[in-house]
Design a protein around this ligand. Structure first.
Ligand SMILES: [Zn+2]
Length: 424
């Protein structure tokens, strides 16, 4: 008899979940829209719950509407191993951001049922509510509520297009928003041994590899930002003023950014983790074809797993700005710096994923996550968390987001190996 393999045998089960939830939440305009705390998100939860019933799982819902489907283990007194992700999406997003992690955990449960395997401890699928900030401007609502970190002010946030607030939406989905902002976790977090979240990568790194289609996430990048930087030079006539008399803000800005790119390269050569982006760059409203530009405004977003790397790179930015300013007779003004701390994932659980990949013969890359995830919220609340990334195409948060089911099944295989050997 050939060896049983979740990677091939679980494919149809997983595919059906993607197809069904996709059909349920298809946006007539483009892509998929599953707003958190909408009737559609409720439907998705109801659908997953239905599969749980077919599989004979224990079901529970917390006050925020997060769903827990548990396959009982041999030692029920032990904290359960959790896996899952979020069921919502951005407006006109893809089908896999969030749903992949839910489907992966459910496929692992299906596999345990099918092969008559009883885990050592309880294994719980966690389907988190509203993770995406696109509708109400607040991310991780389900996991923040779960860990007691949702704030009363969060409930007042307005919907992007309607007068409805987040609190209103939570209420109309059938939950009491006031119960979510008491500052206490909704369940005993000590009863979660660990949380493993599978997620599409949302970037091109894994997809650029022929064989390494799965990632073990080492941490979630923090960021350091300036929303507005101004380079103040001197506006002048573009024909009448020779080079030595100019204080050209565009050239000074370009000079600064090219220097920063060189510093960035050096840091990458030293294997530091860093990305550096200027996403907006403008001249003044009065800029014109025949004027030497006297002003630019731009923003800066730098991210790294290491806050130390970010602080040092920021210092370099300020001193290079000083230098370019002196050399070119311009002045750079920075608004107050904004920091978001990087999030470590649980080193023991991350190592367990790496070992499980090796044991299952799955080639993988150890990589940081550039985007934030519910896993970081759980980890900072004291729940050991780790993540598996799966290669995907065309990014995420757009209708073209795609994923190959074979790549996904590699991730599922890794998740299964990690669950199977968790207590070994
Ligand atoms: Zn996501």
């Amino acid at each position: 008899m050939p060896e049983q393999d979740i990677g091939t045998e679980g494919l149809a089960f997983a595919q059906k979940i993607f197809d069904d939830v996709g059909a349920m939440t298809k946006d007539p305009a483009a892509g998929y829209s599953r707003q958190g705390y909408s009737s559609l998100e409720n439907q998705v939860h109801e659908y997953i719950r239905g599969i749980g019933r077919e599989l004979g799982l224990e079901e529970k819902e917390d006050a925020a509407g997060n769903l827990y489907l548990t396959l009982p283990g041999l030692h029920r007194e032990l904290p359960a191993l959790f896996s899952g992700s979020h069921g919502d999406s951005v407006p006109q997003g893809g089908n896999f951001d969030g749903l992949a992690g839910v489907t992966a955990a459910l496929t692992v449960i299906w596999w345990m049922k099918r092969t008559g395997y009883t885990p050592y401890r309880d294994f719980t699928l966690l389907v988190l509510r509203l993770e995406e900030s696109a509708y109400f401007g607040k991310s991780y609502v389900g996991s923040c509520a779960l860990t007691g970190r949702l704030k009363p002010d969060d409930l007042k946030l307005k919907h992007r297009t309607k007068p409805e607030t987040l609190g209103d939406a939570i209420r109309s989905a059938g939950f009491d928003p006031e119960k979510l902002v008491t500052g206490t976790p909704l369940i005993d977090l000590k009863k979660i041994a660990g949380f493993i979240e599978l997620h599409i990568e949302q970037g091109p790194t894994l997809d650029s590899h022929a064989d390494k289609r799965v990632g073990v996430v080492t941490g979630i990048r923090g960021n350091l930002r300036h929303k507005v930087v101004r380079c103040i030079g001197e506006t002048a006539h573009s024909g009448a003023v020779n080079r030595e008399f100019r204080h050209d803000a565009v050239l000074a800005t370009a000079d600064l950014l090219m220097r920063m790119e060189k510093h960035w390269e050096h840091r990458l050569d030293r294997e530091e983790d860093l990305v550096f982006t200027v996403g907006v760059l403008k001249t003044s409203d009065s800029a014109a074809l025949t004027k030497v530009p006297g002003l630019t405004t731009f923003c800066i977003d730098m991210r790294s797993l290491s806050m130390g790397t970010l602080e040092r790179f920021h210092e370099v930015l300020l001193s290079e700005a000083e230098r370019v300013g002196k050399e070119r007779g311009v002045k750079f003004e920075f608004d107050p710096v904004l920091r978001t701390e990087s999030a470590k994932l649980d080193s023991r659980l991350v190592a367990h994923l790496a070992n499980s990949a090796a044991a299952a013969g799955i080639p993988y890359i150890a990589m940081p996550s550039g985007a934030g995830h519910d896993s970081a919220i759980l980890e900072t609340a004291g729940v050991p968390a780790a993540m598996i990334f799966v290669a995907n195409q065309k990014g995420s948060h757009n209708p073209n987001e795609s994923m190959k089911i074979e790549d996904f099944m590699q991730g599922v295989k890794l998740l299964w190996k990690a669950v199977e050997t968790y207590d070994a």
